[in-house]
Design a protein around this ligand. Structure first.
Ligand code: DL6
Length: 822
């Protein structure tokens, strides 16, 4: 009977419309006569969700049946953005939906924009995880993502009087893309104490008892692959009070408030994403989030493995777990606890299984971002885990001592327990010790971790444990979806859409470099994308920008190391230069629009000052009649994934100007070049590989190299530090009050003048300004500029997240694709 009733999803326009109408009338209980855009979005999404679910079921069944090895990607952040457009494109039915919606009286663009971004991440790390999910499914790897279902994702940013104001993000208002699994729950224990005991066989065991229990409830999000039925799963955990909604006893006794207190306390765990990028602040709730999520995920993974009835030694042959940064490092300890305390394995046997299962990706060398947890906090929250960490450390240090006898300093340096006041657990060290592979995310970054922060570990384990996997981005979202016209033009020259699944096919574009019509169309598409962004700027900020001007864009989290302050100082320099010119001279200048966007962590005061300065400069420059179109300064509010999809296709030049050695990789650099824009950047992160691939003539590099940074910093502190003369003029202008109360910007200036210029703004300023001059010069020759852009795109094949995932699969996970049969 089951076979007879298999669910059929729609395949054509008629079927699509029928599904939309059905959902409007039944699921949403709305009449067709008052179906607004919101309802049409809901019904369209539900129609596509139904389709995905059919494939999702098929995928899960076939993966289970085949008993193939699975990858589990543990990430505290998944910055997914919108799902509908992506789903329509990946299943290949966007045109069908477009026609169907038009028939029902809607424009597809208006429907797509009804969706809230799923913004469960801060920046690069979370968006990388989202690209990886897309690639894993598109390449047919059996893979699950595990994360937290934050009720509030990253805050919404408003700019009021030039300042950032944070507003909560109610993204779960209506979310058709998740399936609550009220039957998939895990009880998670916190606090309590550990008792030594003996089991039935007389073996010593540790029993963790008491404390409190919180329930984890699973929410599943289907992840469709592109042009394949493979639909993987992203499982997000939500926290809930264990054992009922609220305390009836207290309620009946009239103690209304405390009757719900337990429930509220439990729900707090998954309530909100910590809004820090590249910064760890050691809050207990954050640690609770981490354990809650890894414990629930591991319980789930182990439960699935046990169904296979294999022996424990086969666990690493069935399961690969990747730690996206150190946030999930407790998973190492939790698996050891499960194997030893619950399953009764011997320590060494368990530890071999654990280390063969985990891989760890490092995403930063910034000291302030390296996680450490006070021993006291762990002792209280997770007493058994702390014991296990101490044991892991003991055995590890014994191993080190054997290799480096008498080297007390080495033991002190590499100990997982930092002997500070208070004592701290170094999570990156624990992650290295508990994994079989450690990777950085771009060549320079991977070299740096091996020669600086993890140098001792390379000496202990040998170089083979460390590797590089340069980041990548999914061309489906970041080209096909964000830039449909360019995608279509590329397809027409590269023999179809094959480049979307093998990005190296882009290299065919170089044959058409001299094709006049092709170049013309290329330039027209760029112009149209700039017009689209100009419209967005007009409608959100009321500022008119000229689409023919050079669009210079820096969008990313606001951080001193990313040096948006250097960019705005450069803009002031340009403004002052224009002001000094005669009207005749000015007429010869190239108009420019400097566009910024990005969120500052709410507690990061300096970053907020940078935003304020950008807006203050904007309000002076944009209203200066002498300047007119020659310079506009724009700060785009609330930068997020869906805005990035409008912004990336519209750049002429984008800025990736971090102090050398600080940006692990960067991924927006890849997105901008893929969309036919050039880069001004430092020799940092993936900029270096982008240069290697696309050619030195197609990128504007400047600034000091990473190997010189330490000496320069040393000289700033101990020698004399003369400020660059152009920068000094910029500072004087700010101090004159040209851009508002000088006091407001004093800290940005004194960071360079008085406090050692840690980010080398002054050292790099001259070459930065000079390089911008070269950009202007180059842009004047549009023919040459378009050639550079086309050449760069043609050589971007390496930066697909598909290449990246294949490298992880081969060199770290040892997993094979499993194509799903229709
Ligand atoms: O690897 C993804 C992304 C890199 O592209 C950025 O360069 C890097 O800053 C970012 N790292 C973090 C680290 N945060 N923590 N923990 O977000 O990763």
């Amino acid at each position: 009977a089951w076979q007879k009733h298999t669910v059929k999803s729609f395949e054509d326009q008629d079927g699509f419309e029928r599904e939309v109408v059905r959902h409007v009338e039944t699921t949403l209980a709305r009449s067709l006569f008052n179906c607004d855009e919101k309802a049409a979005y809901a019904a369209t999404s539900l129609a596509f969700r139904d389709r995905l679910i059919t494939d999702w079921n098929k995928t899960q069944q076939q993966q289970t049946y085949s008993d193939a090895k699975r990858v589990y990607y543990l990430s505290l952040e998944f910055l997914m953005g919108r799902a509908l457009d992506n789903a329509m494109l990946n299943v290949g039915l966007k045109d069908t939906a477009k026609a169907g919606l038009a028939d029902l009286g809607f424009r597809i663009e208006d429907i797509i924009t009804q969706e809230n971004d799923a913004a469960l991440g801060n920046g690069g790390l979370g968006r990388l995880a989202a690209c990886f999910l897309d690639s894993l499914a598109s390449l047919n790897y059996p893979a699950w993502g595990y994360g937290l279902r934050y009720r509030y994702g990253i805050f919404k940013q408003e700019i009021i009087d030039g300042y950032q104001v944070e507003v909560p993000d109610y993204w779960l208002d209506f979310n058709p893309w998740e399936f609550p699994r009220h039957d998939v729950t895990v009880d998670i224990q916190f606090y309590g104490n550990v008792r030594k005991s003996t089991d039935a066989n007389g073996k010593n065991v540790s029993v963790w008892e008491g404390g409190e229990v919180v329930q984890a409830v699973a929410y599943d999000v289907p992840i469709p692959g592109y042009a394949t039925p493979t639909t993987n799963n992203l499982r997000l955990w939500s926290s809930k009070a264990s054992g009922g909604e609220f305390d009836f006893q207290k309620f009946n006794n009239g103690d209304y408030e405390s009757s719900v207190a337990d429930q509220q306390r439990a729900e707090t765990i998954s309530a909100v994403l910590y809004p820090n990028d590249n910064l760890e602040r050691g809050k207990e709730l954050r640690l609770k989030q981490q354990y809650f999520w890894v414990a629930a995920s591991l319980y789930d993974i182990v439960r699935r493995f046990k169904k296979s009835r294999r022996g424990w030694s086969e666990f690493p042959e069935q399961v690969a777990i990747q730690l996206n940064d150190t946030h999930p490092t407790l998973a190492i300890v939790e698996l050891q606890r499960i194997l030893v305390d619950v399953e009764g394995l011997e320590w060494d046997q368990a530890w071999t299984i654990v280390t063969n299962t985990f891989g760890y990706t490092n995403h930063t060398v910034l000291p302030e971002a390296l996680e450490k947890w006070p021993v006291g906090l762990l002792q209280n929250l997770l007493p058994r885990h702390l014991q296990i960490i101490f044991d892991i450390n003991l055995f590890f240090l014994q191993q080190v001592e054997k290799k480096f006898p008498e080297d007390r300093d080495m033991l002190r340096r590499v100990s997982i327990v930092e002997e500070s006041q208070p004592k701290m657990i170094r999570m990156a060290y624990l992650a290295i010790v508990g994994s079989h592979k450690v990777n950085g995310v771009a060549e320079l970054h991977s070299d740096l971790i091996q020669t600086t922060i993890f140098k001792d570990f390379v000496a202990i384990y040998g170089p083979d444990k460390f590797t590089n996997v340069t980041n990548g981005v999914t061309p489906r979202r970041w080209l096909h979806q964000a830039n449909p016209r360019l995608s279509e033009l590329i397809a027409s020259k590269c023999g179809g859409n094959g480049f979307l699944t093998d990005l190296t096919n882009l290299n065919k574009l170089e044959q058409f470099l001299d094709d006049k019509d092709f170049r013309k169309e290329w330039a027209e598409i760029k112009y149209a994308n700039k017009v689209r962004l100009a419209k967005h700027i007009k409608s959100t900020l009321g500022v008119t920008v000229n689409p023919a001007a050079l669009f210079d864009i820096q969008v990313k989290r606001i951080h001193e190391y990313k040096r948006q302050q250097m960019n705005i100082f450069g803009v002031i320099h340009r403004y002052l230069t224009l002001k000094k010119m005669s009207p005749e001279e000015r007429k010869k200048q190239l108009p420019r629009v400097s566009i910024f966007g990005g969120k500052a962590a709410p507690g990061y005061w300096m970053a907020k000052q940078i935003i304020h300065l950008i807006n203050s400069v904007g309000s002076v420059v944009n209203n200066d009649a002498d300047i007119g179109d020659l310079l506009k300064v724009i700060f785009l509010e609330d930068y997020n994934v869906s805005k990035a999809e409008i912004i990336c296709p519209a750049s002429d030049i984008s800025e990736h100007i971090s102090t050398a050695g600080t940006e692990a990789s960067g991924t927006s650099n890849m997105k901008f070049v893929l969309n036919g824009g050039l880069i001004i950047g430092t020799c940092d992160g993936a900029n270096i590989e982008i240069t290697r691939e696309t050619g030195e003539n197609n990128i504007f590099l400047f600034g000091n190299l990473s190997e010189d940074v330490e000496d320069l910093r040393h000289a700033h502190t101990y020698g004399s530090h003369a400020i660059d003369s152009d920068l000094d003029i910029v500072f004087q202008e700010i101090e004159k009050g040209t851009f508002g109360t000088p006091h407001d910007f004093g800290a940005l200036i004194s960071a360079v003048r008085q406090h050692g210029d840690y980010y080398l703004v002054s050292d790099d300023f001259h070459s930065y300004i000079e390089t911008h001059r070269l950009v202007d010069e180059s842009y004047r020759n549009q023919d040459e500029w378009v050639s550079k852009c086309i050449t760069a795109v043609a050589r971007m094949g390496f930066f697909s997240s598909d290449r990246c995932i294949n490298e992880y699969a081969e060199s770290i996970w040892n997993v094979e694709p499993l194509p799903i049969k229709e």
